[in-house]
Design a protein around this ligand. Structure first.
Ligand code: NAG
Ligand code: NAG
Ligand code: NAG
Length: 335
């Protein structure tokens, strides 16, 4: 069972990261084409960019630029301004460069659909940082930086944004309405931050948010702010400090009518009462409880889940066969 569930969650995480998928696809394309396309600045005398950046074009002839270990962002910016000022970019990816602050001049007005600035020591983002990208930006990945607060103002007008990745930053509080104007946001990744969440931290995302990653965010209980997220399909709560799932009439999952996958690995759950999954009985089909402190198989809680499937190779085309609990629990991690 452990393997089965793990397998499901591998698939889940791949759904959860469209941008890295995109990056992979991009790299594949480059490999298939047998090398990258020439960057627009190919005729410049030797600059650092020639060795640190690769360029390519997608089928719509839109440019992607990927740079690793860029030592001079000002040089990059000046070059971008000279050669790419009015052409929309499909992807701008910069990893490992000291960008530190994002302000209204950082991109010199270049239009960008997918933006990843990871490992760039970013800790300040001014309110106007993305204003010229209001209608173009779709994916924003700022993982592995030093961001301490959600840049609420800078995000506010990004109407077409479908993905935000702020994992591995230093974010603490997520204030009420932090994302409330982002009505197209589908994926939100906040893993590896020490979070404090409030009742309305995710207000406004009820109809759009499908993937929420709160892995390793020091949560002591399932946060109340997930309650209204009717569209949520994948919820990752692994590596937290959850001791129980409040399963009384208040059922924390009660309104999550679309939830199909729930990751509760590496928490400190000791038992699950029979109402633990109240509300998601008809939808939940992947569940992982590996590495908790459960001392017995939570038969009652699990038996409410009508869609939970076990490995097709173990039990072909059947729903969870309750009379096979003995078999299943062999694969289940117990204390
Ligand atoms: C970015 O670069 C750093 C340092 O080279 C590396 O450790 C990290 O894995 C890279 N991250 C991504 C997302 O490529
Ligand atoms: C942004 O969204 C609007 C509708 O919300 C749509 O009309 C427009 O085409 C989108 N822009 C891009 C670049 O996808
Ligand atoms: C998060 O909390 C852990 C201890 O609970 C601490 O070691 C870590 O430094 C904290 N991270 C940040 C970014 O504050």
């Amino acid at each position: 069972m452990a393997l089965v569930w793990l397998h499901h969650f591998n698939r889940m995480t791949s759904h959860l990261s469209p941008l890295s998928l995109l990056t992979t696809l991009f790299l594949l394309t480059v490999l298939i084409q047998g090398g990258s396309a020439q960057c627009p600045w190919e005729d410049e005398p030797e600059t650092e960019l020639q060795s640190t950046c690769i360029c390519s074009y997608n089928t719509a002839n839109e440019l992607s630029i990927q740079c690793n270990d860029l030592t001079s962002y000002p040089l990059f910016k000046a070059t971008l301004n000279k050669y790419v000022s009015k052409v929309p970019l499909d992807l701008l990816y910069i990893n490992n460069s000291a960008i530190r602050n994002i302000n209204e001049n950082t991109f010199n007005g270049v239009l960008i659909k997918n933006l990843q600035l990871s490992h760039c020591r970013i800790n300040s983002i001014t309110p106007n940082a993305f204003r010229h990208l209001d209608f173009t930006l779709k994916h924003l990945n700022l993982q592995e930086n030093d961001i301490e607060q959600i840049p609420v103002e800078a995000f506010r007008h990004l109407k077409n944004l479908t993905l935000i990745d702020l994992s591995k930053n230093k974010i603490g509080k997520i204030p009420d309405d932090a994302f409330s104007t982002l009505n197209n946001l589908v994926t939100l990744k906040l893993s590896d931050n020490n979070l404090t969440l409030y009742k309305n931290s995710f207000r406004g995302l009820e109809l759009s948010l499908k993937n929420l990653n709160l892995k390793n965010t020091k949560l002591k209980s399932v946060p109340e702010c997930i309650k209204g997220l009717k569209s949520l399909t994948f919820l990752d709560l692994a590596q937290n400090l959850l001791t129980q799932l409040p399963g009384n009439n208040m059922g924390i999952f009660k309104n999550l009518n679309s939830l199909t996958a729930l990751n509760l690995e590496r928490n400190i759950l000791q038992e699950l009462n029979e109402n633990a999954f109240l509300g998601v009985e008809d939808t939940l089909s992947s569940l992982s409880l590996l590495n908790n402190l459960l001392t017995e198989f939570p038969t009652k809680a699990i038996s409410t889940l009508k869609e939970l499937r076990v490995s097709e190779s173990l039990f072909p085309h059947t729903l969870l066969p309750f009379h096979h609990f003995q078999v299943i629990s062999v694969y289940f991690t117990l204390l």
